[in-house]
Each structure stands twice: as C-alpha cells, then as structure tokens.
Design a protein around this ligand. Structure first.
Ligand SMILES: C[S@@+](CC[C@H](N)C(=O)[O-])C[C@H]1O[C@@H](n2cnc3c(N)ncnc32)[C@H](O)[C@@H]1O
Length: 252
C-alpha cells in the first residue's frame, strides 16, 4: 500500500473509532442521567431526553442535517389530514419545531400544538414558529407524553419524530396518544430503527410499545432517507380498528 493509501486508511480508521467512542459515551451518559432525581421521574433536557447536549446544540446540528427529512415527513403528515378543513394536530416531542412549521405551511387550516418535556426546546420552537410566521396556528407547551394535558378526543392526528425512543414508558405514551385522538383519528410516529432505540435508550420496539398502549398491531415500515437508505421507521396506528391506514407514503 502506498504512503497516501496508508494515511487515508489511518484517517478512516480514526474517524470510525472516534464515531464508535462518541456513540458509546452518549449512550452511557444518557442512561446515567435518565433518572437523575432517583425517584423514577424522567430528567428533561440534553442527553436525557434528546440526542444532543442541549436544545441549542440539537437545533444547530439536526435542524440543518434533517431539513430535507422534515419536508418529506411533513408531506406525509399533511396528506393524512388533507381531507379535513381545520385539522387539530398534536406533535409529541417537537424539539425546536422544524417539522411543525413545515407541516403548518402545507395546510392553511391546520392548527398544531406541540408538547415537549424540555422547556428549552419549547422556547426554541416558539421562536421558530414566530420567525416563520405561523405562531397564530402553531403553539408549544411543556408536558410529558405520559400525561398529556388535553381532554379525551381532542386531535385528528398525533405526530412525532425521533422522540419515542426517549419516552421512559412507551406504552404509557401511546395510551395517552390514543386517549387524545378523536374517533377516526390516527397517529404517525417516525423514529430511528428499533435496534438504535434499544442501543441508545433501551427502548422497546416502536410497534410493541404502540400495541402495549392499546393500539391494534401494525408494523413499523421503512421510511427511506437518506436516498434509498432506510434510517427511519414510520409507524401509523389508528384509534379505531376500522379506520383505513394510509400505509404508503412518499418516503416508504
Ligand atoms: C431527539 S429530539 C427530536 C426532536 C424533533 N422531533 C426532531 O425530529 O428533530 C427528542 C425530543 O423529544 C422530547 N421528549 C423526550 N421525552 C419526552 C416525553 N416523555 N414527553 C414529551 N417529549 C419528550 C425531547 O425533549 C426532545 O425535544
């Protein structure tokens, strides 16, 4: 092997090693901080509830990296409520609000409420909605998916992206989502592959958590991104078993 080839191989090896070390460090920190109060209550903010050290760091990196993905997810979600003039949408764990504003832009009658356990994320999402001119239809508040602050049957659609594997009790989260759905309503949840959720936070498979929360069994399907790679899973579940699921989406 030439000197140049050896140098390139060394750099590649170093990057792979640094990547693995980084992921292991993140995972260890996340599991240490998951119950900082020691009483079973979830910590909120940073590695404990999102895959970054802070809301600011998350928005700076993932807001840019995932911009195209948010657009594709928003197309998919907007299609799910296209037939409703003024759909009420809940987004669980909206983080800094990138998906929420993309969705609001696609449906002029849509009203969205985002509930996030991290107050710093809620503050960022509110600023983002104001900056993007949708704050009259898009609101955010602090709350936990396991105790949603809404009456039964409030929403036509519940959406979530990359949040479910952070919920300490996935079944309780899905039970609450089902409770706040209107008759005929559905939930569409995007998340990382189950293997990653198990690795990062010991989360159960997405579809199992939904079933444990009272939804009829439905498989999580591949949502192809980036390109043909399926880094994302999409789970669609309906409040009532007779509601037809859309299944196919622009990304599946
Ligand atoms: C990895 S970030 C994803 C943010 C955004 N949805 C996105 O796709 O970029 C996970 C988000 O879920 C929120 N979250 C985690 N656990 C939650 C819970 N139990 N209830 C509500 N939100 C939660 C976190 O605060 C964070 O904003």
């Amino acid at each position: 092997m030439s000197a140049g080839g050896r140098r390139r191989a060394a750099i590649r090896g170093g990057l792979v090693f640094a990547g693995i070390a980084g992921v292991v460090a993140v995972k260890r920190r996340a599991s240490r901080r998951r119950d900082v109060a020691g009483d079973g209550s979830p910590a909120s903010g940073g590695w404990a509830t999102c895959s970054a050290p802070s809301a600011r760091a998350y928005e700076a990196t993932f807001g840019w990296l995932l911009r195209d993905l948010y657009r594709r997810m928003a197309d998919d979600l907007a299609a799910a409520v296209a037939g409703i003039a003024e759909p009420a949408v809940l987004e669980v764990g909206p983080g800094p609000g990138g998906l929420a504003v993309e969705l609001a832009r696609r449906h002029p009658g849509l009203r969205l409420t985002g509930v996030d356990v991290d107050p710093a994320m809620v503050a960022r999402a509110r600023s983002r909605a104001a900056r993007d001119g949708v704050a009259d239809r898009v609101a955010f508040e602090v709350g936990d998916v396991a105790a949603l602050p809404f009456p039964d049957g409030t929403f036509d659609l519940v959406a979530s992206s990359f949040s479910a594997h952070h919920w300490p009790d996935g079944a309780a989260g899905f039970a609450e989502i089902r409770r706040v759905l209107r008759p005929g309503g559905r939930a569409i949840v995007f998340d990382l592959p189950d293997r990653w959720g198990r690795f990062e936070t010991k989360a159960p498979p997405l579809a199992d958590a939904a079933t444990a929360g009272g939804f009829a069994a439905a498989p999580a399907t591949a949502f192809r991104w980036p390109g043909r790679v399926a880094l994302v899973r999409r789970l669609e579940v309906a409040r009532d078993p007779d509601t037809p699921l859309r299944g196919g989406s622009p990304g599946t």
